[in-house]
Design a protein around this ligand. Structure first.
Ligand code: URP
Ligand code: ZN
Ligand code: ZN
Length: 464
């Protein structure tokens, strides 16, 4: 059925104007004033609302065997939570461990998602070892439409790659023209510091941050950038959390390294005192890189405003209280992760745009358009234009509410942002022209989501 969004204020990364949007066969076919509604058209009144392109989360974990357990969401629960929060596409980390076969892992992740997602999705393919089979397997995965890699410099012996494997991965990425995303922490330093702290009887979650201090992340960021520079590959730092790591990324960019930066929602709002709370309350706030000293928060907000931080993701990775307790008495065993897929847009709109002076277009860019461009989805996704997919968020800036585990859709028994006030939420969310959410309620097709196949887009000659 055709869809007409009437009288909304359209906001993209570049423009803001009053218009109607007409949708046929999943795509936007007209944008203009007083567009007619032919018989059979579904009409949504967007008077007083902002109309954003569907938001894109560039970094989520849904199916994830990790730290002796599994992240709690399924594609069904995560995609509904995403849509209620205004995210219409996510990029999931496909993370077989170092002991598993990459291609089998890729097929498994695809199988988990297929037919089970209410929103569109794509994968970043994690390279967790590089042996004689890896290059051929990665070529096959890229040919299948997964045109981005992920490496972990951390998580030694599980997801982590060594420098030789990083070099081989980046050389192949440069040859294939795919972007490589990286978790940048020095694995050896983390391992040594963890052992020292445990030996000294420092076992609680408050020791997680000291086991991975800021310089550990700065070193990882700087080393990743050096390897990009040498191989000519294009890179993307995930979940950058602190000023020294940002400085390393910016210095690399100044040298001409093709490197983009993502920070994730917890690092904009929470600081390391959350992990210092007694008992399981502290454990709920353990993620890596850790929540940092609060002096980093304004640095991240300023970097976001100025564009030094390109994108805002979530690193959504839900574990419940009983799983967090696996690390009771040993902080290195606390499953790492804080969910945020459902909360990202409303938090960044409330505390960035409304209360923090974040430019509205930068907000759209960082939460949608830039990820679409970096990961080969633009202009199908990430904008409102004739020919683009009709993924639309009709946003009510007058809504007032509070975040809470009691009302969330993410499959966890706590909310890392419990009690945060929000000023605005999606009133209507569409995925390729189908209304999936109305006023915080999922009303759509649970299996509407499609795997988005992407083309490599980074020649060695590509430069900013
Ligand atoms: O703590 C985190 N970040 N958990 C998910 C795995 C990762 O490092 O992205
Ligand atoms: Zn990570
Ligand atoms: Zn992650």
């Amino acid at each position: 059925m055709p869809l007409l969004i009437q009288n909304g204020e359209v906001v993209t990364a570049e423009a803001r104007f009053q218009a109607d949007i007409y949708v046929e066969n999943e795509t936007i076919t007209a944008i203009g004033n007083q567009l007619p509604a032919p018989a059979g058209t579904e009409v949504v009144d967007a008077t007083g609302k902002l109309v954003f392109p569907g938001f894109i989360d560039p970094h989520v974990h849904i199916y994830l065997p990790f730290m002796a357990t599994f992240a709690k969401d399924t594609h069904a629960t995560a995609s509904v939570a995403a849509l209620i929060g205004g995210t219409t596409t996510f990029l999931e980390m496909c993370c077989p461990s170092r002991n598993e076969d990459a291609l089998e892992g890729y097929e498994l992740w695809k199988q988990k998602a297929a037919g089970n997602s209410a929103c569109d999705y794509a994968f970043h393919m994690a390279v967790t070892r590089f042996d004689e089979k890896t290059a051929a397997q990665l070529r096959q995965i890229v040919a299948d439409g997964t045109a981005s890699f992920k490496i972990f410099l951390s998580y030694k012996n599980f997801f982590g790659v060594n420098d030789e494997e990083m070099f081989q991965t980046l050389q192949l990425a440069a040859e294939l023209g795919v972007i490589t995303t990286a978790h940048c922490e020095n694995a050896e330093l983390v391992s040594q510091l963890q052992q020292q702290l445990l030996a000294a009887g420092k076992t609680g979650p408050e020791w997680h941050e000291p086991s991975r201090p800021e310089l550990v992340e700065a070193e990882g960021t700087s080393r990743f950038a050096t390897f990009l520079e040498q191989t000519g590959a294009t890179g993307y730092v995930v979940h950058l959390s602190c000023a020294p790591a940002l400085r390393a990324a910016v210095e690399a960019r100044l040298r001409g390294v093709r490197l983009s930066v993502e920070s994730v929602v917890p690092h904009f709002f929470l600081d390391k005192t959350c992990a210092e709370r007694a008992g399981v309350e502290g454990m709920k706030h353990v993620m890596s890189p850790p929540l940092r000293d609060k002096r980093n928060l304004p640095v991240l907000w300023n970097a976001l405003q100025s564009g030094l931080i390109d994108t805002v993701g979530t690193d959504h990775c839900p574990f419940d209280t009983s799983q967090k307790l696996l690390g009771e008495g040993n902080f290195t065993q606390i499953p790492n992760g804080i969910p945020g897929l459902e909360e990202r847009v409303n938090l960044m709109y409330t505390y960035g745009v409304r209360r923090g002076g974040l430019d509205l277009h930068r907000f759209v860019d960082a939460l949608s358009t830039r990820a679409a461009k970096l990961f080969g989805l633009f202009p199908r996704k990430g904008t409102i234009a004739v020919g683009s997919d009709a993924d639309l968020v009709i946003y009510d800036p007058h809504y007032r509410g509070r975040l809470s585990a009691a009302t969330q859709h993410t499959n966890s028994d706590y909310n890392g942002f419990e009690g945060f006030a929000i000023e605005g939420r999606p009133a209507v969310v569409t995925v390729r022209g189908k209304v999936q959410v109305r006023d915080g309620v999922f009303v759509g097709e649970p299996n509407r989501g499609q795997l988005l196949r992407r083309q490599p887009q980074y020649g060695r000659e590509h430069a900013y």
